[in-house]
Design a protein around this ligand. Structure first.
Ligand code: SF4
Ligand code: SF4
Length: 147
């Protein structure tokens, strides 16, 4: 890409992207892989500070990614058609940003060239949440997640 060319995420819609382009768009913040609770008064779905048990919380990668839907039936697989329908998808999520025709932030690895910039900018769930592995089957105080 030369300096006058726009990057693919600014020229293509989500459903025009190749599989590699789509996968590269995820910044690996891990936020969408947090457990959720429903507000009993409003019905709003909120994220809590506990990750899915299949999220490796250092690099924020799913350890069952290829088989995630069969291993974890509750996992919501993102696709171009559901991005704007998922209310709990964070404002920082690159898929949401592209769908809303907003630019990516400097910390996105596609711009920074460094996967660590997501963590350095405070966007990653690393060091902010408890892995679901450790709370499985236990009673815990539920704390809502916020960046
Ligand atoms: S919230 Fe968006 S950018 Fe972050 S891990 Fe999930 S899909 Fe990727
Ligand atoms: S199964 Fe994988 S992709 Fe789905 S919520 Fe869990 S960690 Fe995230």
């Amino acid at each position: 890409m030369n300096k006058t060319q726009k990057p693919y995420w600014e020229t293509k819609t989500l459903d025009e992207m190749t599989q590699d382009e789509w996968e590269s768009l995820c910044d690996r913040c891990g936020i969408c892989c947090l457990e959720k609770v429903e507000d009993e008064n409003t019905g709003e779905i909120k994220l809590i500070g506990v990750s899915c048990e299949f999220l490796e919380t250092e690099e924020c990668r799913c350890i069952v990614y290829e088989d995630r839907k069969s291993v974890s039936p509750d996992c919501i697989v993102l696709c171009p058609d559901n991005i704007l329908k998922i209310q709990w998808l964070p404002d920082t999520c690159a898929y949401r940003r592209v769908a809303e025709r907003r630019k990516l932030e400097w910390w996105h690895p596609l711009l920074s060239g460094d996967a660590e910039s997501v963590y350095q900018a405070g966007i990653s769930v690393r060091d902010k949440v408890v892995s679901g592995i450790y709370v499985h089957g236990k009673d815990i105080d539920i704390e809502l997640f916020s960046l």
